[in-house]
Design a protein around this ligand. Structure first.
Ligand code: C2G
Length: 129
């Protein structure tokens, strides 16, 4: 059993998120997704249109997501990797190198982002209507 772990906010769940999760899942047999809590986002000065519970439910509904956990701080990744016996940690390429400290614990893979879509762009587009 090869376990993959990734983290994200997943606000306004879109094709870029889906592509990332799909490719992450293809790197193993089980995909765990950590979704950032509203409180953790507040510490990053980040607001989301969707509350944590909605973002969790949307990610959990993706057929190739096996488990969803909460991301409530920056420090939990090593213990998450150890607790869930993670083999592969995956993030989009906008995080290239930022999580290399996990390399002693598991493989670290950065996947190319999907072009021309982001939660920020979608928010701007929605405001126009
Ligand atoms: N992503 C992507 N292509 C896009 C948009 C996002 O591949 N067009 C990827 C990001 O690289 C990330 C994942 O989808 O790996 C989730 O993106 P966000 O919800 O924006 O996550 P972020 O706010 O970067 O939170 O501790 C890490 C943080 O929780 C990451």
């Amino acid at each position: 059993m090869k376990t993959v772990l990734t983290y994200g906010t997943f606000d306004l769940f879109h094709i870029g998120h889906l592509n990332l999760l799909k490719r992450a899942r293809e790197l193993g047999d089980k995909l765990i997704v950590a979704v950032s809590t509203d409180e953790f986002n507040a510490t990053k000065g980040k607001t989301t249109l969707m509350p944590f519970e909605h973002r969790v439910e949307l990610v959990r509904s993706v057929r190739f997501v096996d488990e969803v956990i909460a991301e409530s701080n920056w420090e939990q990744k090593i213990s998450d990797v150890q607790q869930h016996k993670v083999d592969v940690f995956v993030m989009g390429s906008d995080w290239q190198g930022k999580f290399d400290f996990l390399k002693p614990y598991c493989d670290v893979v950065y996947l190319p982002r999907t072009d021309n879509v982001s939660s920020t762009e979608l928010k701007k587009a929605i405001q126009v209507f």
